[in-house]
Design a protein around this ligand. Structure first.
Ligand code: NI
Length: 479
């Protein structure tokens, strides 16, 4: 019985031991497992951080460099401190968004990579002066996908307000923005062509939009620049696309003041803002032209024209322009056109080329000084010109404007006669010659306007009548 009693004990001992052994093993396993988990946790989440602010390579700009690293990822970002909080915040927001996208893309993977993921962000200041600053932020991150992500952000800022200067602000009107868009599209297309060429015009038109070029940077002092992130306007394999459009190619469209402070370009004197060719012309138009002024009756004439919604072209003599600059300016402001009638009312065919050019240039200079506008039209005094004179005019950027109707108003100082001759000469596209230095002529204009209007003609400027004129070419009327 003792034995039978013992036996269960004997049997129970190994059983207990087994339980103890199992629990010990389980405990050890648990400790080991949690140790492993802890190790995993530690390697994934123990991050060494460092934030350092120091000088940048740019004057009066410092950089705050943020560094983080663990076995999962590394992060190195440079934030600019430009002295304007709003600028710094704009850059920081863009960088932080990229960092957040980066973290999001590896948090989703949830495992420790063989080599840590990498983020590297930096910035460049391709342009700055006291008033403006261009900034390019380039963020690259590699989470072991097909391609590393290459992102870029770029702006030009007003340093005082911290506001961005948009591309459209560069131009006088929409024509400039459209010309730039076309140039950028062509540049992207040719960039892609060099990389093998997969983009069609339609593809480029779809990705390179007005929005895509809403911001810009000044590059190399002369270029309107864009840094397109990889995959944003062209295939990802093309990488970041840097496009530079020389500002001088769009110079006539740029706002002179802004262009002067942003680009190292020589600004030409503005060409006369010519009204577009009138669609009713030449069939229902004639051009009234007035030579030898401006003079003491010119303001009266401007009033008559303006009250009757008529426009005219004034071929001015340099000394008279210098004497009456405000009248010339006023003429342009009212929508009239102003051209060059030489300095000394010279018979140009009798002069040397150098003398012809001097006659033209002196008056051009007087007009530019008075109005800021460089003329594109020349009326040779007496209509006297030859191929050589026209070639000289071409060098000065001027088309020669003769006439089809001569009122001989200098001969007959009689308003009724002047009116009759002007009206009887009215034909589609006619160019009518008069002189605003004679009061009889100026007094004839209400009759001229009334009678010519009654015939169904509008009175327009030379450029409204002819459309674009060609330097060196001679025009007698619009046909
Ligand atoms: Ni004359």
């Amino acid at each position: 019985m003792k034995q039978t009693k013992r036996q269960p004990r004997r049997q129970s001992h190994p059983f207990r031991r087994r339980i103890i052994t199992l629990s010990t093993l389980a405990l050890l396993l648990l400790i080991g497992l949690s140790g492993f988990v802890y190790y995993q946790y530690k390697t994934q989440h123990t991050v060494s951080r460092e934030d350092v602010t120091g000088d940048s390579k740019y004057k009066n700009i410092t950089s705050t460099t943020k560094k983080e690293s663990s076995s999962v990822y590394t992060l190195t970002v440079e934030y600019p401190n430009t002295g304007n909080q709003k600028i710094d915040q704009t850059a920081r927001a863009a960088i932080d968004q990229d960092v957040s996208d980066y973290r999001g893309s590896f948090d989703a993977k949830g495992s420790v990579p063989a080599t840590p993921f990498v983020f590297h962000g930096s910035y460049q200041v391709p342009f700055m002066n006291d008033a403006y600053l261009s900034l390019v932020v380039t963020d690259m991150y590699d989470v072991h996908g097909a391609h590393p992500a290459q992102l870029s952000h770029f702006w030009t800022f007003d340093r005082k307000t911290g506001e961005t200067i948009s591309t459209s602000q560069l131009f006088k009107n929409n024509k400039g923005s459209e010309a730039l868009l076309a140039a950028v599209r062509a540049a992207v297309k040719s960039y892609d062509a060099n990389k093998g060429g997969v983009l069609t015009d339609a593809d480029v038109a779809e990705t390179v939009t007005a929005d895509a070029i809403a911001d810009f940077v000044v590059m190399d002092a002369n270029d309107i620049g864009f840094e397109f992130a990889s995959g944003s306007v062209a295939p990802e394999s093309d990488g970041v696309i840097s496009v530079k459009i020389p500002a001088k190619t769009l110079i006539s469209e740029l706002k002179p003041e802004l262009a002067k402070s942003l680009f190292d370009v020589e600004l030409p004197v503005a060409e006369q803002p010519t009204a577009a060719h009138d669609a009713d012309c030449p069939a229902k138009c004639v051009a009234l032209t007035f030579d030898d002024g401006p003079g003491r009756y010119t303001e009266q004439l401007l009033t008559t024209l303006s009250q009757n919604h008529a426009h005219a072209t004034f071929f001015t003599l340099g000394p008279n322009v210098a004497a009456n600059p405000s009248t010339v300016k006023h003429a342009i402001e009212l929508g009239n056109e102003v051209g060059n009638h030489t300095w000394s009312h010279a018979q140009l065919s009798t002069l040397s080329d150098a003398q012809v050019m001097l006659e033209i240039e002196r008056t051009n200079n007087a007009l530019v000084a008075a109005t800021g506008v460089k003329p594109t039209l020349l009326r040779p005094p007496y209509g006297d010109a030859n191929a050589r004179v026209y070639a000289d005019a071409q060098k000065e950027g001027l088309a020669a404007i003769q006439w089809s109707v001569d009122t001989r108003d200098w001969q007959d100082r009689n308003s009724d006669i002047v009116c009759t001759r002007a009206v009887s000469g009215a034909r589609p596209g006619a160019i009518i010659l008069m002189h605003d230095i004679h009061p009889t002529t100026v007094n004839a204009i209400p009759c001229v306007i009334k009678s010519i209007s009654a015939l169904g003609y509008k009175m327009v400027t030379i450029h409204q009548l002819l459309g674009d004129t060609q330097p060196g070419k001679v025009y007698f009327s619009a046909k």
